[in-house]
Design a protein around this ligand. Structure first.
Ligand code: 4HQ
Length: 259
C-alpha cells in the first residue's frame, strides 16, 4: 500500500512512521508514506497557498493552482492511486469502508486547512470525499492519519499476531467484548471465572454474548444494521434476561426490551 499525503504540515505525519503498528508496517515495507507540500508548488515569492473567499466572509480558502500542480506531480509518481479529500461533507467512513480502502494499491490524501479548498479543485481533480465524523476539525491532517492508521492495521502482516482470527471474527460489526489481564483478583474485583476455565468453546461463547449485550445496550443501530443469526439472537436474549436478573434497577428500560 502506498499513501501520498498533500499537506501544509508534512512533519506531523512522522508520528505514523515513528510509532506503533503503523511504524512497524512502514519499517517492514508493507506501506510507503510520501509527503507533498502544496507550498512547494507555488510560483510567487510569498509561496501563497490561500486567498480570501469570493462572496466575503471569514477565513481563507486554499487556491486551485498549487493543489492542481501538487496532484499532477503525485499522480505522475503514483499512477495507480486514487485521490481522496478529507472533509465533513464526505462519505462517512466506518470499518467496512476501511476494508474497501485497504483493497486499493494506493491513495492520495488531500488534507485541507482554513475553510477548505476551492470547489473547482474538488470537482475536477478529486475522486472521493471522505469524512471521519460529524464534527469540525482545524484541518484534514488528523482525519488523514485516522484513515491511514485504520487501513494500515488491516494490511496482511501489520499486526504482530495472527490477524485472521481478529479480522474475520464473528464479532465483525459488533462492539468488542471486555478484556482482562493478570492478576485474577484486584481491589476492583475478580476476572470472570469462564476466562480462567481453559474451555475454549465456553470462552468464545461468553465473548460473543458480551459483545452482543454491549452492542445492544450501547449501539442498537449497529445490531439493526447487521442483523443477528438465530444463535446470536438466542445468546443475546439469554444475556439480557441474566442482566435484568442481576441488576434489576439498572439501565434505561429500552435497553431491556428484546431484540
Ligand atoms: N475537516 N472529517 C475542515 C474536518 C474533517 C472531518 C477537514 C475540517 C477539512 C478543511 N475532515 N477542513 N470531520 O473536520 O474529515
Amino acid at each position: 500500500m502506498r499513501f501520498d499525503v498533500i499537506t501544509l504540515f508534512p512533519e506531523v505525519f512522522r508520528i505514523l512512521s515513528a510509532y506503533g503498528v503503523s511504524g512497524r508496517a512502514v519499517a517492514r515495507g508493507l506501506v510507503e508514506i510520501h509527503l507533498w507540500n502544496p507550498r512547494d508548488f507555488t510560483q510567487d515569492p510569498h509561496r501563497t497557498v490561500d486567498d480570501r473567499p469570493y462572496g466575503g466572509g471569514p477565513g481563507m480558502v486554499m487556491k486551485v493552482e498549487p493543489l492542481r500542480a501538487a496532484i499532477a506531480a503525485v499522480r505522475a509518481a503514483a499512477p495507480h492511486s486514487r485521490v481522496a479529500y478529507l472533509s465533513p461533507q464526505g462519505r462517512l467512513l466506518d470499518q467496512a469502508a476501511m476494508v474497501e480502502i485497504a483493497q486499493q494499491p494506493g491513495w492520495v490524501l488531500l488534507a485541507g486547512r482554513y475553510e477548505g479548498v476551492d470547489e473547482r479543485l474538488i470537482e475536477h481533480h478529486v475522486d472521493e470525499e471522505w469524512s471521519i465524523g460529524d464534527y469540525v476539525l482545524s484541518g484534514g491532517e488528523l482525519p488523514a492519519m485516522v484513515v491511514m492508521d485504520a487501513v494500515i492495521r488491516l494490511l496482511p502482516g501489520a499486526l504482530g499476531h495472527d490477524q485472521s482470527a481478529q479480522l474475520d471474527s464473528y464479532m465483525d460489526g459488533l462492539l468488542d467484548c471486555p478484556h482482562y489481564t493478570r492478576p485474577e483478583e484486584t481491589a476492583e474485583g475478580r476476572v470472570p471465572e469462564v476466562l480462567l476455565s481453559g474451555d475454549h468453546a465456553a470462552i468464545a461463547r461468553w465473548r460473543l454474548r458480551q459483545a452482543l449485550l454491549r452492542t445492544w445496550q450501547r449501539r442498537p443501530d449497529l445490531i439493526k444494521r447487521r442483523g443477528l443469526s438465530e444463535r446470536e439472537r438466542a445468546l443475546l436474549e439469554a444475556a439480557l434476561e441474566a442482566s435484568i436478573q442481576a441488576h434489576p434497577e439498572e439501565g434505561p428500560v429500552e435497553y431491556r426490551s428484546k431484540p
